[in-house]
Design a protein around this ligand. Structure first.
Ligand code: PBG
Ligand code: ZN
Length: 326
């Protein structure tokens, strides 16, 4: 008549709930993305991402100090260069914006782990993540010539003091190429965090405003993955692990928690989830309208990423989350 099994017994008061809580998000799990622009004293809010700014290097340094003081262990740097060209010169130049920002941050806050995004899309005039045949207007990215540019980019980022290289362009063999480049240049101890399973997603929209990196023609479907596929994600992570990836990333996160789970089961390295720009903008828009409770929605989402198997979370909410975590 009466239920014998009563799971509610363990939910009856807050301390008991605390004792049986399975998943805990901590500030050490968080990675905060930053966008570096040339110039000085620039702090330009991204319209589609309230609370996120394009920052000149002096401001990036201030921000890095704040992030570190909040207890967040790491940032990931994206760069918006002055000039874009077909060779993505701004990506691999020793005085590129990310190289300068990395050096400045490492000088000011040596203990903050600086991850650099290693891709070409912010630096090519067409906005694709790789090298295109001259005059090509179809957006067919050439894989192997792109690897050479990525290798150069990673080495110059390493020379600038970056702590972790994070290639995000979904080129075949990019981890191996970058590993070879780093090893040859004497950076055999520098880890690679591969954007291993990166989907061709509409959730990147606001980021492309922030990084000024929308493709001028075509789309990224010949290199980023089809949201309908999960077997392919496992294929991608196996390849990246074989090529020497030290950590793996799944991106986006919210609509891909099954992928996070599968990648976690199929690997034995740390798994990062990228809580991308569109996911952030949706939460921000709803909370600014008073339609959801921002803190509760964000913390629930971050907890769910961890429950799905993420060890690390890249998120634009990192500073707020660190404050809420106290
Ligand atoms: C490109 C890159 C993208 C993001 C980071 N690096 C996506 C893209 O434009 O295809 C997305 C990040 C976000 O949406 O927050 N290599
Ligand atoms: Zn790219």
């Amino acid at each position: 008549m009466f239920p014998k099994h009563r799971p509610r017994r363990l939910r009856s008061h807050p301390q008991l709930r605390r004792m049986v809580q399975e998943t805990v998000v901590t500030t050490s799990d968080l990675i905060y993305p930053l966008f570096a622009v040339p110039g000085e004293s620039i702090s330009q809010e991204v319209t589609s991402m309230p609370g996120v700014y394009q920052l000149s290097i002096d401001k990036i340094v201030e921000e890095a100090k704040e992030v570190y003081d909040l207890g967040i262990p790491s940032i990931i740097l994206f760069g918006i260069p002055d000039d874009k060209d077909s060779e993505a010169t701004g990506a691999w130049h020793d005085h590129g914006i990310v190289q300068k920002a990395s050096a400045a941050v490492k000088k000011a806050v040596p203990d903050l782990v600086v991850i650099v995004d290693t891709c070409l899309c912010e630096y090519t005039q067409h906005g694709h993540c790789g090298y295109l045949e001259t005059g090509d207007l179809t957006g067919r990215v050439l894989n192997d010539p792109t690897l050479e540019l990525l290798k150069k980019t990673a080495v110059s980022q390493a020379n600038a003091g970056a702590d972790i290289i994070a290639p995000s362009g979904m080129m075949d063999g990019f981890v191996q190429a970058i590993r070879e480049g780093l090893d040859t240049a004497g950076f055999e101890d520098l880890p690679i965090l591969s954007y291993a399973a990166k989907y061709s997603s509409a959730y990147y929209g606001p980021f492309r405003d922030a990084a000024d990196s929308a493709p001028q023609f075509g789309d990224r479907r010949t290199y980023q993955m089809d949201p309908a596929n999960s077997r392919e994600a496992i294929k991608e992570i196996e390849l990246d692990l074989n090529e020497g990836a030290d950590m793996l990333m799944v991106k986006p996160a919210l609509a891909y928690m099954d992928i996070i789970w599968q990648v976690k089961q199929a690997s034995n390295v740390p798994v990062a989830a990228y809580n991308v720009s569109g996911e952030y903008s949706m939460v921000k828009a709803a909370s600014l309208n008073g339609w959801v409770d921002e803190e509760r929605v964000v913390m629930e989402t971050l907890t769910s990423f961890k429950r799905s198997g993420a060890d690390l979370i890249l998120t634009y909410h990192a500073k707020d989350a660190a404050r809420w975590l106290g």
